[in-house]
Design a protein around this ligand. Structure first.
Ligand code: KIV
Ligand code: ZN
Length: 525
């Protein structure tokens, strides 16, 4: 069997982040980038540098952090965008500028108001300009699947001649059907004379639920780069899911004629969990590869078969995607080294300061619970907010709730606000609402809570509770996550986490306004 290695281009931090409610902060993005590098993806699309100063800052920080994978920034086919993209990625070990222009009749006529010839010339000029800055330039024909085929061949040939190293053919609106898309890619390989001088990439959206199938069909037809996101997050119905593409290639190596990629599949679960955690979006239980039930066997017949031979009902092993079954039996006498070892095995890397914080929470949990499982440790690490309490303006201290089905629910919450203990008491329809009301009262705040959920980390009655929520304030959304053995405490921690995000944002906006005012000689009133 021949072998052909394809590149995995991950766009979780760019297209994935564009999905509603999935926006990430700088330290979250760096965390995801670290996981993607450990997963050994070939390219990390870190963001859209011109979109905002925050986007620029995060693309630049990722470019400076990542050593192995290529780091790309998106840019429209405009000189200013390309300059910003280059300024953001130029510090990377392997920088790439990714520029795009729509080529379908509907986009050219109504969105761009440009003729096909103008689109052709703009694409060629901007690719040439990007190549004058960066040795690796990707050009995408936005809405390729609704682009007239012969026009697409003309553009592909011209941008390769202008220096594009990768030409991406996106199914922007999730319109393609696998056989049709595969055949189109095969015709590109046949009709574009200089096609061997660049890599052909595909980027599929999931509007008809076919993103992964379309991507795989294109790879079989000769595409050399698959674009995807972890957990399939992305605009509307999402993008092709990285874990599904990679595991399909691995599991059906026979069918895919030896096509392979360099991804370390044992890092799939930890990366998926990291993305869930920073976006606050969980995957559905029956999601392929990374869903909670993806490797669970419930029916008696299946369990019987599995006990006789795992291959009866298992086409890939849980271990191959990094799912460990072990339970960590560490008690209050266990040391930090044992915890660190377990974290390493789970693919979680923490600074010394965060490790210390996690250790304290772990000891409390070991006191209260007989068995501390991997899931408990992962949840604690996620709930840690990846920042130390010392950096937060609000730190949870304690609460006392009086609750019942026949009396009013009252909660007293004590936080440290900028290091000072502050306590408030309030009522609510339940103990969680009462606790949130107490915090609102002490901070004089009015925020809306959305997407509130509490779940158990493990299946036992002594399980930890994990709470995810979003708060909305002045049209902006902030995610919160909290973990504790008591679900009221988990909810308070999640609320405080989200409020810290809000306060950090407001502090940054005030500082920006102050420096703008100072620069213009005005004073802030
Ligand atoms: O879906 C799309 O067409 C894109 C491009 C910018 C590559 O995301
Ligand atoms: Zn896209």
């Amino acid at each position: 069997m021949s072998t052909r290695k394809i590149a995995i281009f991950d766009t979780t931090l760019r297209d994935g982040e564009q999905s509603p409610g999935c926006s990430m902060k700088l330290h979250d993005k760096l965390l995801v980038a670290g996981n993607l590098e450990a997963l050994k993806v070939d390219v990390i699309e870190a963001g859209f540098a011109i979109a905002s100063p925050g986007d620029f800052e995060s693309v630049q920080a990722i470019a400076n952090q990542v050593k192995e994978s290529t780091v790309a920034s998106l840019a429209r086919c405009l000189k200013g965008d390309i300059d910003q993209a280059w300024a953001a990625v130029r510090g990377a070990a392997r920088p790439r500028i990714h520029t795009f222009l729509a080529t379908s009749p509907v986009h050219m006529q109504y969105k761009l108001r440009m003729s096909p010839d103008q689109v052709h010339d703009q694409a060629v000029n901007m690719v040439r300009y990007a190549r004058s800055l960066c040795p690796d330039v990707q050009f995408s024909l936005e809405d390729y699947t609704r682009t007239e085929e012969e026009f697409s061949w003309r553009i592909i040939e011209a941008v390769i001649a202008a220096g594009a190293t990768v030409v991406n053919l996106p199914d922007t609106v999730g319109y393609a059907i696998p056989e049709e898309f595969g055949a189109r890619i095969a015709r590109v390989m046949e009709h574009v004379p200089n096609v061997s001088k660049a890599t052909i990439a595909v980027h599929c959206h999931n509007d008809l639920g076919l993103a992964v199938a379309n991507t795989l069909a294109a790879l079989r037809a000769g595409a050399g780069q698959a674009e995807c996101t972890v957990n399939g997050i992305g605009e509307r119905a999402g993008n092709a899911a990285l874990e599904e593409i990679v595991m399909a290639l691995k599991t059906r190596h026979d069918f895919f004629d030896g096509i392979s990629c360099g991804v370390d599949t044992t890092k799939i679960m930890s990366t998926s969990r990291c993305v869930c955690s920073v976006t606050g979006s969980r995957v559905q239980n029956n999601k392929a590869i990374v869903g909670q039930n993806a490797f669970a066997h419930e029916s008696g017949i299946h369990q019987h078969g599995m006990l006789a031979n795992r291959e009866t009902y298992e086409i890939m092993t849980p271990e191959s995607v990094g799912l460990t079954q072990s339970q960590m039996v560490l008690g209050k006498h266990s040391g930090k080294h044992a915890l660190k070892d377990r974290l390493d095995q789970l693919g979680i890397s923490l600074s010394e300061e965060h490790l210390q914080e996690l250790f304290v929470r772990f000891k409390d949990l070991a006191d209260a619970k007989k068995v501390v499982t991997d899931a408990d440790v992962e949840a604690l690490a996620r709930g840690l907010e990846m920042r130390s309490d010392a950096q937060q303006r609000l730190v949870f201290d304690r609460f006392l709730a009086a609750t019942g089905n026949t009396n009013a629910n009252v909660s007293t919450v004590r936080l440290k606000v900028d290091g000072q203990p502050v306590e408030q008491v309030a009522m609510g329809s339940g103990p969680i609402e009462a606790s949130f009301n107490a915090i609102n009262k002490m901070l004089n705040l009015h925020v809306t809570v959305e997407n509130f959920s509490v779940s158990a980390v493990t299946a036992n009655v002594d399980a930890q509770g994990e709470c995810d929520l979003r708060i909305r304030h002045n049209q902006k959304v902030y995610l919160g996550r909290g973990v504790a053995q008591d679900i009221i405490e988990a909810a308070i921690r999640a609320y405080v986490h989200a409020l810290n995000g809000l306060m950090e944002d407001e502090q940054r906006m005030t500082a920006n306004a102050a420096s703008l005012a100072a620069a213009s000689g005005a004073s802030l009133v």
